[in-house]
Design a protein around this ligand. Structure first.
Ligand SMILES: [Zn+2]
Length: 226
């Protein structure tokens, strides 16, 4: 095992050009329904990396995500960063508790773990290895928590997006910001399909075999669009 673990950024796809949309930091009582509605209108499935303490407050949204055919990932118990400094046993408990809570709410296990802020440490890698959880990062991101996500960047990014790429998005904003975010999401999905991408959900079955393998395309840098 690599010192910092073997993060999965791309799911190799032999025949179809696939794209995996992921939404971090939910569920949120405003954001999740808006994103679910947009995905539903376009018949698209995605993966939601949820924070367990937030999921506990809106359990019906976790059930709605699953019922609509989407998948969930583990984005930690509380999204706090101090855990990274407290040793691998503490990290293991932090991740395992989130996994238990999220899988209880969803009625199924998560697809894998995505660390808050994408932080990787040897201790985190040991904890995930011990729990048998894939470390799921991304190949494409848009810094959509910092800046409004513009459709120009979204659509243009497809020209350099490799097949099988995992795309990092966030559940962001309220009212106007959220409406613009969802509008860009719809344009992005439409453009991706026009470029022959099939949008799909991540699954443990797909990710587990990639875990622990230092594949060339998974070890390369992510593609970033500001
Ligand atoms: Zn996050």
């Amino acid at each position: 095992m690599a010192l910092l673990g073997s993060p999965i950024r791309v799911v190799p796809c032999a025949v179809q050009k696939r794209l995996y949309l992921t939404f971090d930091d939910g569920p949120g009582s405003f954001t999740t329904p808006a994103i679910l509605q947009a995905l539903g209108e376009l018949g698209t499935a995605a993966t939601f990396f949820l924070v367990a303490e937030r999921a506990r407050r809106v359990p019906h949204l976790v059930r709605e995500i699953i019922a609509a055919g989407h998948a969930i990932g583990n984005h930690s118990l509380d999204h706090a960063y101090h855990h990274y400094f407290r040793g691998w046993r503490h990290l293991r408990t932090w991740i395992a508790r989130a996994e238990q809570e999220l899988s209880d709410l969803a009625g199924c296990p998560t697809v894998g773990f995505r660390p808050p802020a994408g932080v990787r440490t040897p201790e985190l890698a040991w904890a995930l290895d011990d729990l048998g959880l894939p470390l799921v990062l991304w190949r494409v991101r848009f810094f959509d928590t910092l800046l409004p996500w513009h459709s120009f960047w979204a659509v243009n990014s497809l020209r350099i997006t490799p097949p099988g790429a995992i795309v990092l998005l966030h559940e962001v904003g309220r009212a106007r910001r959220l409406a613009a975010h969802v509008e860009t999401l719809k344009r992005y999905i439409t453009a991706a399909r026009q470029s022959d991408y099939t949008l799909d959900v991540l699954s443990r079955a797909v990710l587990a075999p990639l875990s622990g393998k230092d594949r060339a395309q998974n070890s390369s840098r992510s593609t970033e669009h500001g």
